[in-house]
Design a protein around this ligand. Structure first.
Ligand SMILES: C[S@@+](CC[C@H](N)C(=O)[O-])C[C@H]1O[C@@H](n2cnc3c(N)ncnc32)[C@H](O)[C@@H]1O
Length: 299
C-alpha cells in the first residue's frame, strides 16, 4: 500500500508542459524514430543508428526478445514499443506515458500488439505479470527539487518495489537515467544557476537522482547485474540535437516562437556541457528481480 502522504514526482500537468509542446517541433531535432534519451554511439554512427543501438541494448539486457509481455515505463513516442513487436516478435508491448501528445501518437501508429496508456506507473495494474520491464529517461521525473535525499530514496524504492511486483519470477528491469555526477568540476561546469534554469524552465517538478540514491533504493527488490556510465554518449546526443535544432531554427520559431526556441537552445547547450564535464552522468543498469521478502505472518 502506498503511503497517502508519500511524495510523488512530476505531475501529468508538468510532464505535458514539456512533452506536449509540439510533436512537429520535436521531430525537427530528434532522430527519425523520435527517441528522446541518450544514444549508444559506436564509431561513425548517425543519431538514428546510436538510438537504435541503445534500444537494442535495453532489449537484450532485459531479455525482452520474443517475450510474451513487456512493459515500457515512459514510452515517449513509441519507438521501443514498435521495435519490440516488430523486430523482436514480442506478443504484447505495453507503454505508459503522461503525455497526451505521445499517447495519441502511439495510439495512431503503434499497431495491434502495442497497448499505450496515459497512466503513471504508480497506478498501473497489469492483468498478468510482465516478462521484462524497460524504462528509459523517465526515472529523472520521479522526484522533484523539493525532495530531501531520504524522500528521494523512498520514492525510488517505491518504483523498484512496484516493478518487482509487476515482473514474473525471473524478470529483469533495464533502466536508463541521467543523474548528478560526482566530478570535482561540478561546481564550475554546471552552475547552480543552470541547474535552476533546467528545473524551472525546462523540466518542472523534476530532479535527477544521485548514484547513491539508486543503490539504496534497489535494496531488497533488485540485484544489480551490470551498470555503465555513458555520459559522453549523452553529450554527443545533446550536441547532435543542438546541431539539428540550430539547422532548423526558422521552422522551429514558426512552430513554437522565438522565446521557446532560445530556451531549448540554452537547455541543450547546458546539457551538453553537463554531460561532457561530468556534472551529469548517464546510467544504464541491468537489474534482476529478487523474490519479495516473506512477512512474519507468512512464516
Ligand atoms: C525523456 S522521455 C523518454 C521517452 C522514451 N523512453 C525515449 O527514450 O524516447 C520521458 C518519458 O517518461 C514519461 N513519464 C514521466 N513520468 C512518468 C510516470 N510517473 N509514469 C509513466 N511515465 C512517465 C513521460 O511521459 C515520457 O514519455
Amino acid at each position: 500500500m502506498m503511503n497517502a502522504n508519500a511524495r510523488t514526482g512530476a505531475s501529468m500537468a508538468a510532464i505535458q508542459r514539456h512533452y506536449d509542446l509540439s510533436n512537429d517541433f520535436y521531430r525537427l531535432w530528434l532522430d527519425t524514430s523520435m527517441v528522446y534519451s541518450g544514444g549508444l554511439w559506436r564509431d561513425d554512427d548517425t543519431l538514428d543508428q546510436a538510438q537504435a543501438r541503445k534500444l537494442e541494448h535495453h532489449i537484450a539486457a532485459a531479455h525482452a526478445d520474443r517475450a510474451a509481455r513487456v512493459l515500457d515505463i515512459g514510452c515517449g513516442w513509441g519507438a521501443l514499443l514498435s521495435r519490440l513487436v516488430g523486430e523482436h516478435q514480442v506478443q504484447q508491448a505495453v507503454g505508459l506515458t503522461l503525455s497526451k501528445a505521445q499517447y495519441e501518437h502511439v495510439l495512431a501508429y503503434g499497431g495491434p500488439n502495442v497497448e499505450v496508456r496515459l497512466e503513471p506507473w504508480e497506478t498501473h495494474e497489469p492483468i498478468q505479470p510482465y516478462d521484462a520491464i524497460i524504462s528509459i529517461g523517465a526515472f529523472e521525473h520521479f522526484t522533484g527539487t523539493e525532495f530531501t535525499d531520504s524522500e528521494k530514496v523512498e520514492a525510488y524504492r517505491r518504483f523498484f518495489r512496484k516493478c518487482q511486483s509487476m515482473l514474473c519470477a525471473d524478470g529483469r528491469l533495464s533502466l536508463q537515467t541521467f543523474a548528478y555526477g560526482n566530478t570535482r568540476s561540478r561546481a564550475d561546469a554546471l552552475t547552480k544557476a543552470s541547474t535552476r534554469f533546467l528545473a524551472e524552465s525546462i523540466f518542472p517538478e523534476t530532479d535527477p537522482p544521485r548514484l547513491a540514491n539508486i543503490a539504496d533504493a534497489i535494496e531488497g527488490s533488485f540485484e544489480l547485474i551490470e551498470m555503465h556510465n555513458d555520459r559522453l554518449g549523452y553529450a554527443k546526443t545533446c550536441k547532435a540535437w543542438l546541431d539539428n535544432l540550430m539547422a532548423h531554427r526558422a521552422e522551429a520559431v514558426i512552430l513554437v516562437g522565438e522565446e521557446t526556441y532560445l530556451r531549448y537552445e540554452r537547455y541543450l547547450s547546458y546539457s551538453y556541457i553537463g554531460f561532457k564535464s561530468g556534472s551529469l552522468d548517464l546510467y544504464r543498469l541491468t537489474l534482476q528481480r529478487l523474490p519479495p521478502k516473506r512477512t512474519a505472518s507468512e512464516g
